[in-house]
Design a protein around this ligand. Structure first.
Ligand code: PEP
Ligand code: MG
Length: 768
């Protein structure tokens, strides 16, 4: 019998209760942690201390292995021969149940619980009462800690709480990796195992690198408090400070992007939530430091979050998690907003959520990828990620909880796959993929200064689509002729306030200066529908895509449109300025927009501002009605630009972002190509310059069809220029013109021409 067991003779149990309480236990365990002994000896000592302190005959530690089994790692009271021999699945027996639910379980009569499973090798049938708690870290279950008693007893809440606190210390031991070598199999622990997660693809590309947490976790080094009273005071002071800062943020109203008011209101609600505060206070009262108490409570919230499927509840648990983070930062005396000056090479940023400006703050040259918990494909950070060309995946549930800074991670922004701590074979496969991609990019780069001319000598103009200043350096790299579509709304979407005239002017001037000598076709604000400005009240509409958007808002709020036009004209003093209007549905709309522009020109002239050297006004062709007003619009517009993303969705009456219907119709089909051909014919007849700037222009096979029906100017994302140019250089335009012409005129035109066109491309060695 050890000294410890003598400390707690059985007769005294009923009278005295737990010996010395959790504080004494934590102090003892801290001493054990510091001893220079082997990991197994340390665990063995720990279970003895816990059993003695909790006045239990049994204390056992089960550790979750990478293969999903729980292995008995140490025990006091059960048969020691069973250590490293007894294993069970998650969900199997009481221990498995705790691992699965991540909830404590206290039973006075364990053997009659439906999940009880008998293990003869442990000799456990003589114990009636059972108390088990999960060993959690960052919400992830790493194992189970159990105490058992021979007599039937009801474990009071304080004991459950005390055991949970103790489990935190064990979590540190498991997470440190020192148990790795002593398990049954020389296998990794659950925490460090490889994980494959799936999210939503946001920005194409493959990124291999190492995790950088956007909001670095505060590492809690000291778990056990020296002085409980002082710790309680620290906790209270930190709670007060966090409450005050949230109150101030809300009162000031200067809520930045990504920190929407509702989120802060939710924070405020939780910051005053009595249950939350009580749990924190209780954790400190058991002898933890304030930081460790926050981590305890946060870990429970994370564990619940992982099992929560109700989106509303998930959101609330996320808020709690964020609030706990703020509290940890406060206790550590750090500011919540962190700088990332020491970004490692090959960084993969992992964040719950992130504003677009925050992403721009990172050093682009070191970023290999971004993984987000809460960001869809149309979020603002997604727009920036695409503009920067960084492989990005969104909506990856709880990824922040699964990674540690520095972990190896692979992001596949094309498929939405995220591999955490990937096994060697996966890493090799991806490294090969990345090498291939880089080689292809290099080949495209070699085409940079080559004119895009077909085999039969027809020159095709290639332009790029852009919208942010970060896009513009790509233009030089691609060798494109101009910016064929500058989506001005993107800049409006990533700032926190509506930009005034001077701000807009400065921005457009910076755009001009970034691409000297290359024209830019600015499209006026195309907001509404899915493009929402964070600071504008969202108008609820039954059918937003058919609603108040783009030029419709501009014409109903002419002051807005005029401000933008004035900013564009002033930024373009002495230069060629090209402006086009989105979603033109009638000739009258174009006339009115043109009239507003002319008024602005007259105003500038009157006030003796320098004017653009040349001004061209164009209309986008993206509303089907305009297809039957082409003669009239060609007579009035200086140029046309076809937006196939919208035009195709309206032609088929199928929402471009709705997955249920998006795959139902194909842009490479007779109706679409017939409609697009009419535009070419009318533009040619009236000598109106024509470009096509929808996504079709950037996909080689679609672009091949566009060339075939007569398009000679295409505008696309910078990454598409290389592949499209390679296609053009290999194409005999006359042959493909005849092939596609015949296909779309055939009366039995197939639902999609894609397969036939692909076969044609293969037969003619056209890379598509
Ligand atoms: C289009 O509709 O094809 C287009 C280019 O504009 P956006 O995708 O911005 O609506
Ligand atoms: Mg459009």
């Amino acid at each position: 019998m050890t000294d410890l067991q003598r400390e707690a003779p059985e007769k005294e149990i009923a009278m005295r209760g737990p010996i010395g309480g959790p504080r004494l236990l934590l102090r003892r365990l801290r001493e054990v942690m510091a001893e220079p002994i082997s990991p197994q000896e340390r665990l063995d000592k720990i279970v003895i201390h816990i059993a003695a302190n909790m006045v239990a005959e049994v204390c056992s530690v089960y550790v979750l292995r990478a293969d999903g089994r729980l292995e008995l790692f140490a025990t006091e009271g059960l048969n020691r021969e069973a250590v490293h021999l007894t294993t069970m699945r998650k969900g199997e027996g009481l221990v498995g149940l705790i691992a699965e639910t991540a909830e404590p379980l206290a039973l006075a009569d364990a053997q009659h619980h439906p999940s009880f499973s008998y293990r003869p090798e442990t000799g456990e049938e003589i114990y009636s009462s059972f108390l088990g708690v999960p060993i959690l870290r960052g919400g992830i279950t790493l194992g189970v800690l159990v105490v058992q008693n021979r007599v039937r007893r009801i474990y009071p809440d304080e004991e459950i709480e005390a055991l949970q606190t103790t489990a935190m210390l064990l979590a540190e031991i498991v997470a440190s990796g020192e148990l790795q070598a002593i398990g049954l199999l020389d296998t990794e622990m659950a925490l460090r195992r490889p994980l494959a997660l799936k999210g939503v693809p946001i920005a194409e590309g493959v990124g291999l690198g190492h995790v950088v947490l956007h909001e670095p976790r505060v590492i809690v080094k000291q778990l056990v408090a020296e002085d409980v009273k002082a710790e309680t005071e620290r906790l209270e002071a930190a709670i007060d400070a966090v409450r005050q800062s949230i109150d101030q943020l809300i009162e000031r109203g200067d809520v930045g992007p990504g920190e929407h008011r509702e989120v802060l209101e939710a924070f405020r609600m939780f910051a005053y939530d009595r249950g939350w505060i009580r749990r924190l206070r209780e954790a400190v009262a058991t002898g933890l430091t304030a930081e460790a108490a926050v981590e305890r409570v946060q870990s429970d919230a994370r564990a619940k979050l992982q099992r929560q499927t109700d989106p509303y509840m998930r959101e609330r648990l996320h808020d709690l998690d964020d609030l706990a983070n703020r509290l940890l930062y406060q206790l550590a005396g750090r500011s919540f907003a962190t700088a990332h000056a020491d970004l490692p090479e090959n960084a993969i940023i992992v964040a719950r959520t992130m504003g677009p400006a925050a992403l721009l703050d990172y050093d682009r040259s070191k970023l290999r990828g971004v993984v987000l918990e809460d960001a869809g494909a149309s979020s603002h950070v997604a727009i920036v990620a695409r503009a920067l060309g960084i492989a990005t995946v969104g909506e990856v549930t709880n990824v922040v909880g699964f990674v540690e800074p520095g972990d190896a991670l692979i992001v596949d922004g094309t498929s939405g796959d995220v591999h955490i701590r990937p096994p060697q074979d996966i890493e090799n496969a991806y490294a090969e993929k990345a090498r291939l991609r880089a080689r292809r990019q290099e080949q495209y780069h070699k085409l940079r200064d080559k004119a895009a001319v077909t085999k039969d000598g027809v020159k095709i103009e290639l332009h790029v689509n852009a919208g942010l200043l970060v896009d513009l350096p790509h233009v030089e790299e691609t060798g494109a002729a101009s910016i064929g579509l500058f989506r001005t709304e993107l800049q409006f979407m990533i700032v926190s306030q509506f930009p005034g005239m001077r701000q807009q002017q400065a921005f457009y001037k910076a755009a001009f200066d970034a691409v000297p000598g290359k024209p830019i076709t600015f499209r006026t604000l195309d907001i509404g529908s899915d493009k929402v400005l964070p600071y504008m009240t969202k108008v609820e509409e039954e059918n937003p895509a058919l609603g108040w958007r783009a030029i419709r808002i501009g014409l109903d709020r002419p002051a807005l449109l005029r401000m933008q036009l004035r900013a564009l004209l002033r930024a373009g003093a002495d230069r060629e300025v090209r402006i086009m209007f989105p979603m033109i549905a009638t000739v009258a709309e174009f006339e009115t927009a043109k009239g507003l522009t002319e008024r602005e020109v007259a105003y500038l002239k009157r006030h003796e501002y320098r004017l653009p050297s040349d001004l061209k006004l164009g209309a986008m062709v993206e509303v089907p009605a305009i297809l039957w007003q082409l003669d009239e619009i060609c007579a009035r517009a200086d140029f046309l630009s076809v937006g196939t993303n919208d035009l195709v969705q309206y032609l088929f009456a199928a929402d471009r972002d709705n997955k249920r219907v998006a795959g139902r119709f194909d842009s490479l089909s007779a109706p679409v190509l017939r409609a697009l051909k009419v535009v070419v014919e009318k533009a040619r007849a009236s000598k109106t310059p024509l470009t096509l700037c929808g996504e079709m222009a950037g996909k080689p096979i679609d672009a091949l069809a566009l060339l075939a029906i007569g398009y000679r100017s295409l505008s696309m994302s910078p990454a598409s220029i290389g592949p499209v140019k390679a296609m053009i250089l290999a194409t005999d335009l006359e042959a493909v013109g005849k092939f596609v012409g015949d296909l779309i005129e055939a009366h039995d035109a197939a639902h999609s021409l894609r397969d036939e066109l692909n076969r044609f491309a293969v037969a003619h060695r056209i890379p598509v």
